[in-house]
Structures are given as C-alpha cells and as structure tokens.
Ligand binder design. Structure first.
Ligand SMILES: COc1cc(O)cc(C/C=C(\C)CC/C=C(\C)CC/C=C(\C)CC/C=C(\C)CC/C=C(\C)CC/C=C(\C)CC/C=C(\C)CC/C=C(\C)CC/C=C(\C)CCC=C(C)C)c1O
Ligand SMILES: C[S@@+](CC[C@H](N)C(=O)[O-])C[C@H]1O[C@@H](n2cnc3c(N)ncnc32)[C@H](O)[C@@H]1O
Length: 320
C-alpha cells in the first residue's frame, strides 16, 4: 500500500495516518495523563489498545469485523424496508442531500464504500443520467440539422447516456451486495455500475483511481477508521473529494431526550417486529452513541456541514 500523500486538508489524519495511535508508542506518551506507575499504565494501555467497541460492548479489535459482518448478513434482506420504517423515509432525503453536495461533473468516477444495497450509487446514476440527457437535449436543439437516425443513436447508447461517469459499489458483506445487485436488476440499472466485495481498510483498487469517494452510514462500523481514511486518500486522484454521511450528535436537550426515547425504546422493537432481529438494531443505536465524538476529532481540519438538527452530518475533504 502506498504511503499517505501529504495535504493540509487531510492533515487531520496526522493522527489518523499513524498506526502507532493503536500501538503502544503514542499511547505511552499519553500515559503521562494519569497518576499510576508508568509500567502499569503502559500495560493497561497496551491492553486497551487492542480493544475496541461494538455498540456499548468492549471487544478485542480482531472480533469487531466479524460481529459487524453478522449484523449486516442478518439484516440484509430487510435493510431497505427497515430504513424506511425507522426514519419514516427521511434517510432518502439525507442521501439526496449527499448527491446535492457532491454535484458530480460529467465523467466522474465514484467509489461508494460500504455501499450496501446501492442507495448512493443509484442516486448517482440518476443524477448523471438526467444531467447528461439535459445536456444532450441542449446540444440537439443547437444542431437541428441532425438526422432522426443520428438522434436515435445518441439516445440508444447506454454507456454514453451517463457521459462516461461510473460508480463502483464496494462493501465487505456479500449479502448486502446480493440485495443491491437484485435491486439494480429490478430497477434497470446496468451501465456504469460495478459491485466489488472489499474492505474499507484495504481497498482492492490502485492508487489515484477515483474522483470522489463516498461512505454513507458506513464509517461507524469500521474497526480502524484511520486506516479507512488512509485508504480513501490513496485511491482518490489528486483533487478528488471525500464525502462521508454519518449520524452526528444532537445538542438540543429536548430533541435529545425524544431522540433517545425513540432510539432505545422504538428502534429495537421495530427491528424485532420487522426483521426479527432486536440485537442488530440495538447495535445500530448504540454504535451511533459511541461514534460521533471521536470522528469529529479525527476530521477536525476538514470542512463540516451539519444537517437535520445534528442528527446526521456530511463530512467532506479534498485530496491534494
Ligand atoms: C444494523 O445497522 C443498521 C441497520 C439499518 O437498517 C440502517 C443502518 C444505518 C442507517 C441508515 C441507513 C439511516 C436510516 C435509519 C435510521 C434513521 C434509524 C436510526 C434512528 C435514529 C438514529 C433515531 C432518530 C431518527 C430520526 C430522527 C429519523 C426520523 C424519524 C422519525 C421522525 C420517526 C419518529 C416517529 C414517530 C413520531 C412515530 C412513532 C414514534 C413513537 C410511537 C415513539 C415516540 C416518539 C418520539 C419519542 C418522537 C421521536 C422524536 C425524534 C426521533 C426526534 C426527532 C427530531 C427531529 C427530526 C428534529 C444501520 O447502521
Ligand atoms: C448501514 S450500511 C450502509 C449502506 C449504504 N451505504 C446506505 O447508506 O444505505 C453499512 C454498510 O457498511 C458495510 N461495512 C461495514 N464494515 C465495512 C468495511 N470494513 N468495509 C466495507 N464495508 C463495510 C456493511 O456491510 C454495510 O453494508
């Protein structure tokens, strides 16, 4: 894997780039924060350094990936219906907003990591197709002397209908990808779309391949977020963009109470009733609570846009 490229906007990875963050060295320095004897502090920190969280549970780092895999393997078939039920369709608006913020140009090569059942990819294809068609219509109006055959040919070429844009959906979970592919077939998405099984922490792509990297509601589930950010940086072309849609913190105390009530009292019940899976939906709400503070810190140098009263946020960065 290539060494991280240096860039001011990616400097938040100054801590993230360093694998030492998870090892003893850097934590050794941090041990000066507590009053315990140095050796004991180093030992307990070494131990903590190999542990992580899975929702509210503390688990060895090497176990988190497997547990996350089981969650999405279990919910895959009911994933889309659950999202509509739990959010009353609001997740669709959040995903549309990600596309608005992205505003892909003709020919954009998008990598959607943790892309699951394809919601971001399908929105991308709709967006580039409708923009390309509008452009073609304008061109056709300008070249009114084209024959009907020439006009029909322009509309028939499917690859061309995207203006050279392309999206790769990459996800670690076979079952999520399977549901995504079935949806793509049923909804008629074929051209400009590829499905790749892969880990955000070790992407199966060459350096400098993509114009845009997206990750929607995915980063929270990744064990080594710093490693995933490093990989995003590696596969993005210079000048490429990183966009992350994820749950955030709710600061308003009243909304926060309602939010907690809904999250902990309603979501797992919906999970049990609709998907027959209380635990996976308990993990969802717990992982939201465990996530935001750390991530905000990790991307403190990147641009930050908050949406919907802080329930979700779009984090963006530029690769240079
Ligand atoms: C296993 O892992 C996962 C599984 C998945 O299926 C999905 C994900 C990743 C997530 C997504 C792709 C996004 C879609 C999923 C969600 C939004 C679910 C997560 C839910 C929360 C974080 C809770 C808060 C959700 C929202 C604010 C979204 C909007 C939802 C509503 C407005 C529904 C409210 C429902 C009612 C008013 C009717 C029924 C409610 C009751 C009987 C309970 C009592 C009602 C309340 C306590 C009021 C609820 C108030 C709020 C939620 C606060 C709203 C405040 C504002 C909108 C400002 C994955 O990782
Ligand atoms: C909540 S879903 C989000 C799916 C989709 N992006 C959306 O917005 O609906 C989270 C996805 O992250 C995937 N995932 C979890 N860990 C991953 C990893 N290390 N690498 C790639 N994908 C991962 C899961 O398999 C799952 O499909």
């Amino acid at each position: 894997m290539a060494a991280p490229k240096s860039c001011a906007l990616w400097s938040y990875c100054g801590r993230g780039w360093s694998r030492a963050m998870r090892g003893g060295q850097l934590l050794g320095l941090r041990s000066s924060w507590s009053g315990a004897p140095l050796n004991a502090r180093l030992l307990s920190q070494e131990k903590r350094a190999t542990e992580t969280h899975f929702g509210f549970e503390t688990v060895p780092e090497e176990e988190k990936g497997g547990k996350v895999y089981q969650v999405f393997e279990s919910v895959a078939k009911k994933y889309d219906v659950m999202n509509d039920m739990m959010s009353l369709g609001i997740h669709r608006v959040w995903k549309d907003l990600l596309l608005w913020k992205m505003r892909p140009l003709p020919g954009t090569q998008l990598l959607d990591v943790a892309g699951g059942t394809g919601d971001i990819a399908f929105r991308f294809l709709n967006y580039v197709q409708s923009h390309h068609q509008n452009k073609q219509k304008r061109q056709l109006r300008a070249q009114q002397n084209l024959s009907w055959e020439e006009i029909a040919k322009k509309y028939q070429n499917e690859e061309d209908s995207l203006g050279g844009s392309r999206v790769v959906v990459c996800d670690i979970n076979k079952e999520m990808l399977k549901v995504g592919k079935q949806k793509a077939l049923a909804q008629g998405y074929r051209a400009g779309l590829a499905w790749v099984l892969g880990d955000a922490e070790e992407l199966p792509f060459d350096d400098d391949k993509f114009d845009i990297y997206t990750i929607a509601f995915g980063i929270r589930n990744v064990t080594h977020i710093d490693q995933a950010l490093q990989e995003a940086h590696r596969v993005l072309k210079p000048g490429g963009r990183f966009l992350c849609l994820e749950f955030s913190q709710v600061n308003n105390p009243l909304i926060s109470r309602l939010y907690d009530l809904y999250s902990f009292q309603v979501i797992p019940v919906l999970g049990e009733v609709i998907a027959g899976d209380w635990k996976s939906y308990q993990y969802l709400v717990e992982s939201i609570r465990r996530f935001p503070e750390e991530f905000k810190e990790m991307i403190e140098d990147a641009a930050f846009t908050s949406l919907t009263s802080g329930i979700v946020a779009i984090h963006s960065g530029l690769n240079c």
